[in-house]
Ligand binder design. Structure first.
Ligand SMILES: Cc1cc2nc3c(=O)[nH]c(=O)nc-3n(C[C@H](O)[C@H](O)[C@H](O)COP(=O)(O)O)c2cc1C
Length: 424
C-alpha cells in the first residue's frame, strides 16, 4: 500500500536521506522555530521564515529594533512619502543571527531546517536588503534557503561569494515553467543550479503565483508534470517538491509515486501546538467552512492571497505603520498607503472620520498581529483532523501527530489525536 514513508528525499549535494515531508514557510513566525525543529527532529525538513525578522527578534530575544526604527523615522509618521525610511543592514544581520542562529543551535535529529525568504519584502531597498538577508542566513548556519514570492533573478549571484554557497541547500518556489526558465538561465551564470524546486499550485496558502482572475484554471498535478517534463528535456536532475492542497498522506504518496522528491505541506500544521499562531486564530482556522475561504487582492504586494473572509485584516482602519515595519515599501511607498488615503478622503468628503480600508490591507501590521488568517484552500477540512471538546473548542494537535499522519497514513485516511481514540 502506498504511503509517504515508502519514499525518501535525497538532494544532489549530500548522500543523506530524509523523510520526504517539508513543512512550508509561513511568515510571520507562523512556521515558528519550534515547528521547524519538530520537522527536523522527525527526519524531515522544516522552515522558519525571515518575514518581519526584526519584530520576531524583538518578541523572542527582547531586542528593540522595531521601536528604535520607529523613533528614528518619527518625522515621517504624518507624511505619505516614506522614501526616507530605510532598514539598517547591521540590524537585519543581528536579527537574522538571533532568529536563525538560535534555531540552528536548538536543532536535534537527522532532518533539516530551511528559511523561507520572500523577495517581495522589498524593504525600500530590495537589492541590498535581500543580499543581507540571504548572506546572514547562511552565516547563521541555516541548512537551506527557499526563495519565494517574487524570485529575484539575481538571488544566486547575491550569495555566490558566501563560503556556504555550495554546501547550503538553495531552492526556489515557482508556479509555472514560465517563471522557472529565466531563473535557471541566471543561475547558470553563477554555475549553481537550485538544489530543489517547490512547485506550488493554486490551492496553497499565503500569496499565489497566479493571476487573480485565472488562478482557478490551474491545477497542481498538471503544473508538476509540465515542470518535470521541462527538466527532463533540459537534462536537469533537480528534486521537485509539489505544494498546495496536499491534505492527506495518500495525496502526498501519489505525487511521490509520480516522481516527486518530497511534498511541501503547511495548512495542516497551522493548528498544531508548535505553530506560532495564537490559540484564538487556531480556532478560527478550525471553524472555517468552504464558503469562508477567499482569494482576494487585499495584499499590497500585487499577488492574490488566500485567507478567511472573517480575517480582521479585511476592511480594518490601521494607520500605515511603515516607520516601525515597512517591509513592503518600494520607492518610498506601499499600495496600502494609497488605499488608506483614498478611503480616508472619501469618508471626509461625506463629513465622516469613520472608514474601513477594503481595497488593500496593512499586511505588515496584520501579519505581525496574526490578524490576516491566510490559509490553504482545504482549511475547512481541518475540523475533520481533530475532535471538538466539551467547551466547544477543537483540540489542538501536536506537530509530531500531523507529521506522522502524513508519513504513515494510507487510503486517504486521517488519524485523529490519541485522546479521541481513547474516548471512543
Ligand atoms: C498560514 C500560511 C502562511 C504562509 N506563508 C507563506 C510565506 O510566508 N511564504 C511562502 O513562500 N509561502 C507561504 N505559505 C505557503 C506554504 O509554505 C505552502 O507552500 C502551502 O501553503 C502548501 O499548501 P497547503 O497549505 O495546502 O499544505 C503559507 C501558507 C500558510 C497556510
Amino acid at each position: 500500500m502506498n504511503k509517504v514513508d515508502n519514499f525518501r528525499l535525497k538532494f544532489n549535494n549530500d548522500n543523506k536521506e530524509y523523510v520526504p515531508i517539508m513543512i512550508g514557510g509561513m511568515g510571520v513566525d507562523i512556521s515558528s522555530s519550534e515547528l521547524a525543529l519538530e520537522a527536523a527532529r522527525l527526519g524531515g525538513v522544516g522552515h522558519i521564515s525571515d518575514a518581519l525578522v526584526t519584530d520576531v527578534s524583538d518578541r523572542k530575544f527582547d531586542t528593540k529594533f522595531v521601536a528604535d526604527k520607529r523613533k528614528q523615522y518619527k518625522d515621517s509618521l504624518n507624511s505619505t512619502d516614506k522614501s526616507r525610511i530605510h532598514f539598517d543592514a547591521v540590524d537585519i544581520r543581528a536579527a537574522m543571527q538571533l532568529h536563525v542562529g538560535k534555531t540552528m543551535e536548538a536543532k536535534r535529529g537527522d532532518g533539516l531546517v530551511f528559511v523561507n525568504i520572500m523577495e517581495k519584502l522589498t524593504m525600500n531597498n530590495p537589492k541590498d536588503t535581500l543580499t543581507t538577508r540571504l548572506n546572514s542566513a547562511l552565516d547563521a548556519g541555516i541548512d537551506g534557503i527557499t526563495l519565494s514570492a517574487g524570485l529575484h533573478l539575481n538571488s544566486m549571484a547575491m550569495m555566490q561569494e558566501n563560503k556556504r554557497f555550495r554546501d547550503a541547500k538553495l531552492g526556489i518556489i515557482v508556479s509555472s515553467v514560465r517563471a522557472l526558465k529565466p531563473f535557471l538561465q541566471r543561475a547558470k551564470r553563477s554555475n549553481r543550479m537550485p538544489d530543489f524546486i517547490v512547485v506550488e499550485g493554486p490551492l496553497a496558502g499565503g500569496h499565489l503565483g497566479f493571476a487573480f482572475d485565472n488562478w482557478k484554471e490551474f491545477n497542481l498535478a498538471v503544473i508538476f508534470s509540465e515542470i518535470k517534463q521541462f527538466l527532463h528535456e533540459s537534462n536537469l536532475d533537480i528534486p521537485l517538491i509539489p505544494a498546495g492542497g496536499i491534505f492527506t498522506g495518500s495525496d502526498g504518496a501519489a505525487f511521490l509515486a509520480d516522481g516527486a522528491a518530497a511534498i511541501q505541506v503547511a495548512t495542516r500544521f497551522t493548528v498544531t501546538e508548535e505553530c506560532g499562531l495564537p490559540d484564538k486564530a487556531k480556532q478560527e482556522y478550525f471553524r472555517a467552512t468552504e464558503a469562508d475561504v477567499e482569494v482576494n487582492t487585499s495584499s499590497p504586494t500585487g499577488y492574490p492571497m488566500r485567507m478567511l473572509s472573517y480575517s480582521p485584516s479585511i476592511g480594518a482602519k490601521l494607520k500605515p505603520n511603515c516607520e516601525s515595519l515597512g517591509y513592503l515599501l518600494e520607492n518610498g511607498t506601499c499600495a496600502y498607503i494609497d488605499a488608506y488615503e483614498r478611503a480616508k478622503a472619501e469618508a471626509a468628503s461625506k463629513g465622516s472620520k469613520a472608514f474601513g480600508v477594503y481595497e488593500k490591507t496593512c499586511l505588515c501590521t496584520h501579519m505581525q498581529l496574526f490578524q490576516c488568517y491566510t490559509c490553504g484552500h482545504y482549511v475547512y477540512r481541518l475540523k475533520d483532523t481533530t475532535v471538538k471538546q466539551d467547551d466547544g473548542k477543537y483540540q489542538i494537535l501536536t506537530a509530531e501527530h500531523v507529521f506522522k499522519d502524513y508519513q504513515f497514513s494510507t487510503d486517504g485516511k486521517i488519524a485523529l489525536p490519541a485522546s479521541a481514540i481513547l474516548s471512543a
